[in-house]
Structure formats: structure tokens, C-alpha cells
Design a protein around this ligand. Structure first.
Ligand code: N0T
Length: 537
């Protein structure tokens, strides 16, 4: 299949991010790359547990694995680095033809210091945690701890130095610096040291980033009012990680990112969420404090589709490529992979699919392997052979997608089987001179069958290849074309509808669809890829 063409080889250009017309692409081997990813569980990056990781990843059809590197394992004694696990991971990834995103679990892991080496944990005064308003130490490292910062910079530099030397094939395409940094349980550090910094004038860099002018004593409270604590914490966490990232990038300049345990962007409420990480309200501060960090990425664990889609919108900006390093893997959530592509995502990865522990579904029944892997595999199996093509089309702004948001509760209007004007449409994608009307679910002729999927899991992607040619990929949906713009009112037909797959960057037709397979719309009852050429008379 296509990945052979892109076999990892020495001497290729390092991975990098490219920006054009407000759009972004991740280039790997100097070609656009789409991360069809998955993240393994936190404690699975050990030689003993890796076999189960690889076997799961094969079932998922990923092209990229996100896997942690643990500071406690990497630097078991101060300044003594153990590269054995990293080497094993990279070597085995190559054997499986899988690229890697390595996650630097260091100062912060889910807001805590749990991955610090033992020799650091045993010196809590030197590598200190935050203190809350009442003077209690909380379970989160202080961004003001200079000794911790220097230790992290040193270790991260050694890690990047090693990647540079060991990974001549660029198996590692991106590095996540820390994991969900910030703190739960206290909005900021209230230690004596932190108080002193808090009452000093706000640095000019901060004023500029936040578009604020100096006020009164110009301390954080004067400038930011009720947001002062939160913004102070974000600025210092971002500055700290910015320094770690900068040191690593100076050694080995591959893309770096930071992930966030995000707040709800629609209804954030008071800051009971994790404060300090790259949340939507502190984006500008993060960008200014940590320029060596290429992108800020949301871990999405919101089940409300409205909130989920809002997150995608908020994190795809002209100054920020969208990348979803963690999200739900179950039920219909993987349809949002399509939604992410609509926002130009460079990648997407469900979290925690490698283990064999018993998982229970919503109704308490045990999930089968198929239940676990299927939601991800239905996307990746279809996309893996054409991942490069999709990344390229997306960079050029040619892709639009739609997903089903609600369960189908009524099958009406069933319509006349021959009515090709008043057919059922749930969503329309507009292209120049052609509309693509989509209805979700399962179909016979123009009506939905009474046997509908239990989940609202319909999805469809349309990419414009040229004026009258489109690529369609989808599942549990049906498509009708409609002439618009300068084609409006004209007689139209399919010139040809080809079902096929990509090979070495080229579309290969497997068969031509016609007759009952096109006359009542193009039906995606199983995941499939069509190349559709339309024409007007
Ligand atoms: C994630 C994962 C892993 C309103 C949780 C999610 C991963 C970390 N944290 O399984 O630990 O390493 O990044 C935090 C989700 C917070 C949910 C808040 C609900």
C-alpha cells in the first residue's frame, strides 16, 4: 500500500509545519502528512507491555502512535540518562512502519509532578509544589521552582539530543512537551515567592500579548482584575514550558506542542477546571510566552456534541493548527475525526486503546474487541492509504465534512422513490456550482430503511478535485448532487462514479457504480471511497 512509497529513510528533511493562507500542514519527508493516531495508556510504554500496544495499533490501522517517555525512567539518577526504553520504542515502531509522537511526561502530568524522578520527589523543598490560598501544599508543581525548571530543561535537552542522534529516519515526527500542565485545586501558587512576583509590575511582554495598557501600580490585580490569578498562573506555566521547549528545539527542531485539559469553551464557569494550561481564554499569553511551542492542542473529553464542535472551532486558528492528541474512542465519537478535518486538522488520536482490561459499555455489558477497535478502525482503514492525499487537499482548502448529530427518531419523509428533487437532506456541503446534499443513516431507494444504526454515527467527507470532480468518503450516509451557481437549473448527470482506493498517491478505481447504485443517491452503508465526476448538458 501507499505507505511503502513513504518508507522512512535516512536523510529526509526533518518534519515541520507549513502555513499558507491561514491553513496549516504537517510535513513529514517533505510531504503533507495526516496523523491517524492513537495514544496508548499511561503505563504501557515499557518493553514488557509494548507487544500489546502494537497488536492493538494494527487492529486500529493507525499510522502514528502517541506514547509517553517517563522522566522517572529516563533519568533514574541525576544526570544519568537511560535511553534503552526510547530506543526499544523507536526500533519497534520502525518494524511496524508506524511513526511516533513522543510525550514528555516530566514536570507536569495531568497537573501533578508524579513523573518526576524519585531523587527529585525526595527533595520537595528544592523541587517544590504549589501552595493554595490557605497555605496548604497542593499536588501540583510550582511554575516558579527554578531548580525544577533547570532539571527539566537539562533532561529534555538530553532527550532531544538523543533523538537527533538516534532517529536519523525521523520516526519521531512530533514531541509533546509535558502532559496537561497547570493545576487542579488552586488557581495559582500562593507561596511567598509567588506572592512577591504577583505583586510586581506585569511584564511588558504580557501587556502586549493581552493588549492591555499599564495601570496604577501595574501589578497583576490592577491589570487583570478578577482574571489576575488565572492569567498569572497561565503566563508562568507557559513561560516555564516555553523555556523547556526552546532548549529542546535549539538542539533538534521538530514540531513541539502542548496539550490542555480544556475548560468548556461555551460555559466555562468559575475556574474549577485545570488552570495554567493552554485554555481558550489564555491563548494569546501562551503564544507570547512559548514561541518554541508550535501548537496548542485540546484533549477533548466533552460528550455534548455542541461543546465538542466548539472546541474544534476554537483551537483551529490562523496562528494554530488543529491537532487532537486525546479524545474518546468509543461509540459514535470517532465521527468527530471528520469534523476535525473540516477544520483542517493535522491529526487526531483517541486515547487508551492498547490494554486488554475489561471495558464496559454504557449499559454495563462487557465490550468485545470489535466494540473497542471498530469505531476507530472504520475511519483509519479507509483513510490510511490516502492520508497524504487528504492532508494535501486539506492544506489547499478543498475539504468539507458533515457528521450526524442526532439519532434518527423518525424515518419520514419517506418520499417518492423517484422524486429526485424533494428528497431527504440532513446537511448540505456547498461547493462552487455544486451542492452536496447528505442524509444520514441507512437507505433503500430514496427513503431511510426502518433498520437504523443504534448510534448517531453518520459521517461524510467531500473533497473537490476539480470543477466537476469530487472525492467522497463516508459511512452511514447517502449523497445527492445538486447543480447550483452557474449550473443552476441545468440538466445534469454523473459522467462516472468510481468506487476505489488510493495507491502511491493515485486513485485506483475498483469498479464503476451505476444503475441502482447511483440512481437513488450514493449510499455509504459501509465505509467507502468514491470518485464522482458530474456534468451538465
Ligand atoms: C488525560 C487522560 C490520561 C469534566 C485521562 C484527561 C492522559 C491525560 N486526562 O485518562 O491521564 O494522560 O492527558 C483529563 C480529563 C478531565 C475530565 C474532566 C471532566
Amino acid at each position: 500500500h501507499s505507505f511503502k512509497t513513504y518508507a522512512q529513510k535516512e536523510g529526509d528533511k526533518l518534519p515541520y509545519l507549513k502555513h499558507k493562507n491561514g491553513r496549516h500542514a504537517l510535513f513529514v519527508d517533505d510531504e503533507p502528512y495526516l496523523i491517524l493516531g492513537a495514544q496508548c495508556n499511561n503505563s504501557s510504554a515499557w518493553p514488557e507491555t509494548l507487544p500489546k500496544v502494537w497488536s492493538a495499533m494494527e487492529k486500529l490501522h493507525i499510522n502514528t502512535l502517541e506514547i509517553p517517555i517517563y522522566w522517572e525512567q529516563f533519568e533514574p539518577q541525576q544526570n544519568k540518562y537511560d535511553y534503552s526504553v526510547i530506543n526499544t520504542i523507536i526500533t519497534q515502531a520502525r518494524e511496524h512502519n508506524i511513526r511516533l509522537v513522543l510525550l514528555w511526561f516530566a514536570t507536569w502530568k495531568n497537573g501533578s509532578n508524579h513523573y518526576m524522578p524519585q531523587w527529585m520527589k525526595q527533595q520537595p523543598d528544592k523541587y517544590f509544589n504549589m501552595v493554595d490560598k490557605n497555605g496548604n501544599t497542593i499536588d501540583s508543581p510550582s511554575p516558579h521552582a527554578q531548580a525544577t525548571l533547570h532539571a527539566d530543561i537539562k533532561a529534555f535537552s538530553a532527550f532531544m539530543e538523543h533523538l537527533k542522534a538516534f532517529d536519523k529516519q525521523q520516526t519521531v515526527i512530533m514531541v509533546q512537551v509535558q502532559n496537561e500542565p497547570g493545576a487542579w485545586g488552586s488557581v495559582r501558587d500562593y507561596s511567598k515567592l509567588a506572592e512577591k512576583i504577583f505583586n510586581q509590575p506585569v511584564p511588558n511582554k504580557v501587556l502586549k500579548a493581552a493588549k492591555k495598557s499599564p495601570k496604577l501600580n501595574n501589578n497583576w490585580t490592577d491589570v487583570f482584575g478578577k482574571n489576575a490569578d488565572e492569567f498569572f498562573q497561565a503566563w508562568h506555566v507557559a513561560s516555564y514550558i516555553g523555556k523547556v521547549a526552546e532548549a529542546g528545539k535549539a538542539i533538534y527542531p521538530i514540531p513541539l506542542y502542548v496539550n490542555a485539559a480544556i475548560r468548556n469553551p461555551i460555559n466555562p464557569g468559575p475556574p474549577y477546571y485545570q488552570v495554567g494550561g493552554p485554555n481558550d481564554n489564555v491563548f494569546e499569553l501562551w503564544k507570547a510566552a512559548a514561541p518554541a511551542v508550535d501548537l496548542l492542542a485540546p484533549d477533548i473529553y466533552f460528550s455534548d456534541p455542541k461543546v465538542y464542535l466548539k472546541v474544534l472551532e476554537v483551537y483551529s486558528r490562523t496562528d494554530n493548527p488543529l491537532f487532537i492528541p486525546e479524545t474518546f474512542w468509543h461509540d459514535d465519537y470517532t465521527k468527530f475525526f471528520y469534523s476535525a478535518l473540516h477544520h483542517g486538522a493535522i491529526g487526531y488520536a483517541p486515547f487508551g486503546l492498547d490494554d486488554k482490561r475489561i471495558r464496559l459499555g454504557k449499559d454495563g455489558t462487557k465490550l468485545t474487541e470489535k466494540d473497542m477497535y471498530h469505531p476507530t478502525a472504520i475511519n483509519y482503514k479507509l483513510f490510511k492509504p490516502m492520508a497524504r492525499t487528504i492532508a494535501k487537499l486539506n492544506f489547499e482548502g478543498k475539504i468539507k465534512t458533515a457528521v450526524q448529530l442526532n439519532k434518527i427518531d423518525s424515518l419520514s419523509p419517506r418520499g417518492n422513490a423517484f422524486d429526485r428533487v424533494n428528497y431527504l437532506t440532513d446537511k448540505t456541503l456547498h461547493f462552487e456550482n455544486w451542492d452536496i446534499d447528505i442524509a444520514f443513516g441507512l437507505f433503500t431507494r430514496l427513503s431511510r430503511t426502518k433498520y437504523q444504526p443504534k448510534l448517531a454515527d453518520g459521517r461524510l467527507l467531500a473533497a473537490k478535485l476539480n470543477d466537476n470532480q469530487f472525492l467522497l468518503a463516508g459511512y452511514h450516509s447517502r449523497v445527492m448532487f445538486k447543480p447550483t451557481g452557474k449550473n443552476k437549473g441545468k440538466q445534469w448527470q454523473y459522467l462516472v462514479v468510481e468506487e476505489g482506493h488510493y495507491e502511491n498517491g493515485k486513485f485506483k478505481p475498483d469498479r464503476i457504480l451505476n444503475g441502482d447504485q447511483t440512481d437513488w443517491g450514493l449510499v455509504f452503508d459501509t465505509p467507502k471511497l468514491l470518485r464522482v465526476t458530474v456534468y451538465t448538458r
